[in-house]
Design a binder for this molecule. Structure first.
Ligand SMILES: *[C@@H]1O[C@H](CO)[C@@H](O)[C@H](O)[C@H]1NC(C)=O
Ligand SMILES: *[C@@H]1O[C@H](CO)[C@@H](O)[C@H](O)[C@H]1NC(C)=O
Ligand SMILES: *[C@@H]1O[C@H](CO)[C@@H](O)[C@H](O)[C@H]1NC(C)=O
Ligand SMILES: *[C@@H]1O[C@H](CO)[C@@H](O)[C@H](O)[C@H]1NC(C)=O
Length: 332
């Protein structure tokens, strides 16, 4: 009830200190890159977040404009949980600039487009968002500056074999400049020396609570739709693909390995840049059970975290990542 009242003020924005989900989002990306987690089990410590100056209070956003019931709000904070009210599936968005320090050269802002009627295209549709950023290359020990992402909020954790489908309807673009590109032109991004990926990041564990904690979960399962530049590579790429799966015309190759936190990282990478995908990605989970070894999850494990975003390493000029269409439907 209290949450629904806040809805009328626009966005329900949660400062980082108040949102475990936000903390997990940051840790998810540290672990994706073999970084030690910033936050330990209960997320009660937020030291070590560099300049993670979450500036809570108020709406948190700046430059908010409303036209015909559609509101665009810009968030340039390092970390900020943005949980727009919705009639359907709930999502939390976060600029998540976990690798930014006082010496970082560059900037990132996330724009979130919400409907004042809280009713999106389908009940599973997410608010649209875009991220405009530029960072100079960081040190090799810390090449990632941010993982701006959107996270599924209210259906997890769920036992893997209790799901029947994970329907995804996705359209993203990347372009050079401060505006949304209508499609992704890889040659201009390469000329800009863009180093990034576009990926789903999931966490699994046999323990329901650990599955929801990116630092403790035994398995990290990723689905990469693109990678630009040599910096962003799935763990285990050099060892070669373990297996492949084709879903509705897109072929994904599986790469496996462990990160510094000793988590098993299982990455399905599309063989080519895939900016539009419609289909059920549940087979990318169930196929893992058929593989032999302790590095693979079993059907009784839980999924605790599901995020989609882009890992910002570096770029010569500003680039804009946009997600005009995203729907995630985890069916039981
Ligand atoms: C909600 O608002 C959006 C944006 O103005 C509009 O496109 C959509 O039709 C509205 N939905 C309903 C059910 O009114
Ligand atoms: C580049 O993007 C950042 C972050 O969105 C923004 O603050 C900055 O003004 C942009 N720079 C230029 C030259 O447009
Ligand atoms: C993001 O929002 C700011 C502030 O409203 C606006 O100036 C900018 O053009 C927006 N960027 C994109 C890519 O829509
Ligand atoms: C396969 O993708 C097309 C768009 O490329 C979409 O229209 C169709 O619904 C998808 N099929 C399934 C089974 O999801």
């Amino acid at each position: 009830m209290a949450l629904r009242l806040l809805v009328n003020t626009g966005l329900l924005a949660i400062p980082i200190g108040g949102s475990v989900g936000t903390l997990l989002g940051i840790d998810a990306h540290r672990s994706a890159n073999g970084q030690p987690p910033l936050f330990t089990s209960d997320g009660n410590s937020n030291t070590g977040s560099g300049s993670g100056d979450s500036t809570g209070g108020g709406s948190g956003g700046s430059g908010s404009t409303t036209n015909n019931g559609v509101t665009n709000t810009q968030y340039c904070q390092n970390s900020y949980g943005i949980s727009p009210p919705s009639d359907g599936q709930l999502y939390t968005l976060n600029p998540n600039q976990w690798g930014v320090t006082d010496t970082t050269s560059g900037a990132l802002c996330m724009n979130v487009t919400t409907f004042n009627n809280e009713t999106y295209a389908t009940t599973q549709s997410a608010p649209g968002f875009s991220v405009t950023w530029q960072f100079d290359p960081g040190p090799s020990t810390q090449p990632v500056h941010a993982f701006p992402n959107i996270m599924v909020d209210d259906v997890l954790p769920i036992e893997l074999d209790k799901m029947t489908k994970v329907d995804l309807d996705l359209h993203w673009t990347y372009g050079v400049g401060n505006t949304v590109a209508s499609s992704t032109d890889s040659s201009s991004l390469t000329a800009d020396d863009l180093q990034t990926n576009v990926a789903i990041d999931m966490f699994f564990d046999s323990d329901k609570n650990n599955a929801g904690n990116s630092a403790l979960a035994k398995y990290e399962v990723m689905v990469w739709f693109a990678d630009f530049g040599a910096s962003a590579q799935p763990i285990g790429l050099s060892a070669g693909a373990v297996t492949t799966k084709t879903l509705n015309g897109t072929t994904f190759e599986l790469y496996t390995g462990t990160n510094a936190a000793k988590q098993n990282v299982l990455s399905w990478k599309a063989t080519e840049t895939t900016e539009e995908f419609t289909g059920d990605i549940y087979p990318l989970i169930t196929d893992l059970y058929a593989l032999t070894g302790d590095i693979y999850p079993s059907n009784s494990d839980y999924m605790g975290i599901f995020q989609f975003g882009t890992e910002a390493f570096s770029s010569d000029k500003n680039v804009t990542f946009a997600v005009p269409k995203l729907s995630i439907d985890i069916q039981k």
